[in-house]
Design a protein around this ligand. Structure first.
Ligand code: AHR
Length: 331
């Protein structure tokens, strides 16, 4: 494998680090003076979750710990991700880490990586490819299960099978695994519960600004004040945008008003949940850097990492939150 020679500074840092017993790092395991080169293509910085995810990666893949990280922000464009992967192949990196924006369109470029002998680790979302052998491992969330947690909560929160449950659905980036899984759960549950009415599906693209815009437009188009029971937002930033639009138009968010459901459960969303504005926050864990490193370590020592690794996630309602817990939230 191609590895880049450590700079004098990085050698010093690695030596000092191991002398101080400062955690295990790969520099200590691999041939002295070498860094493992990781090319990483991140979706962008569309949400608080995404920023936390990038920080988690950058904290793990440091020179002091034996890595050279080539981090590329695709600014929400799949073509930028494909260009970045081709650049990593030219640079002969040791590993490619890809957070794919959407599921389709990856076969050719992943084939190119395989021909170059570079293992690809998928993080967060999945790809829909003909051949599972095009990637070495996938580490992320089970988005369908997250959606299931949300609709299970709805079924309990609205036990009367005859009273209408009117739902506004703000979707995430269309075609992404997170959107597909969370949407599928809601659509399937709505098909089963005859009293659940999907009033509209809006594209919020996982951002606060877009969710605010589409929610505002929707509310302003209604001839009279809308009867809305639930706003199912596919991430926290969409929830913040939707809440702002609703509150500006006199709606109250929370139990007894409009139930806002969100995914991610970042600190600010937990704060809103603790204060009653968000009724349900389904956790989506962005702190995946250590798990990606584990997969790389396994491969560095000649092993095969788990093909699919899903992180454990919880759900939060107001009664389960305390100020100490919210304050200590890492993202
Ligand atoms: O793929 C994970 C999703 O992408 C998170 O829910 C969202 O916040 C992010 O942008």
């Amino acid at each position: 494998m191609k590895k880049i020679l450590l700079t004098a500074l990085a050698v010093l840092a690695a030596v000092v680090g191991s002398a101080c017993g400062a955690g295990q790092d790969l520099a200590g395991d691999s041939a002295e003076g070498e860094l493992v080169v990781v090319g990483m293509s991140q979706v962008g910085a569309e949400s608080d979750w995404r920023v936390a995810n990038s920080e988690s990666m950058k904290a793990v893949f440091t020179e002091e710990r034996g890595y050279r990280l080539l981090f590329e922000d695709a600014r929400q464009k799949q073509e930028n991700q494909i260009t970045a992967i081709r650049r990593f192949i030219q640079q002969q990196v040791d590993y490619i880490v890809l957070m794919p924006i959407s599921e389709t369109g990856w076969d050719s470029v992943l084939q190119e990586a395989r021909e170059a002998g570079i293992p690809v680790i998928l993080v967060d979302r999945m790809v829909d490819v003909e051949d599972e052998g095009l990637y070495a491992a996938h580490i992320g969330s089970d988005f369908r299960r997250e959606g299931q947690s949300a609709v299970d909560w709805m079924a309990e929160a609205y036990p009367d099978q005859w009273a209408p449950v009117r739902v506004v659905h703000i979707q995430g980036t269309l075609g992404s695994t997170a959107q597909l899984g969370r949407t599928a759960a809601l659509e399937e549950a709505a098909a089963v519960h005859e009293n659940w009415e999907l009033l509209i599906q809006l594209d919020g693209d996982f951002t606060q600004a877009k969710a605010y815009e589409v929610m505002t437009e929707y509310l302003d188009r209604l001839p009279a004040r809308g009867e809305i029971d639930v706003v199912y937002c596919e991430n926290d930033n969409e929830a913040f945008g939707a809440i702002q639009a609703l509150e500006e138009r006199g709606y109250t968010c929370g139990r007894g008003g409009v139930d806002v459901i969100t995914f991610d459960a970042t600190r600010n969303a937990l704060l809103d949940c603790m204060n009653g504005r968000i009724s349900l926050a389904v956790e989506c864990n962005p702190l995946l850097g250590p798990l990606v490193e584990e997969a790389i370590r396994t491969m560095e020592s000649g092993g095969t990492p788990e093909k699919h690794r899903y992180v454990e996630e919880r759900v939060f309602t107001q009664d389960r939150l305390t100020p100490d817990f919210v304050e200590s939230r890492k993202y």
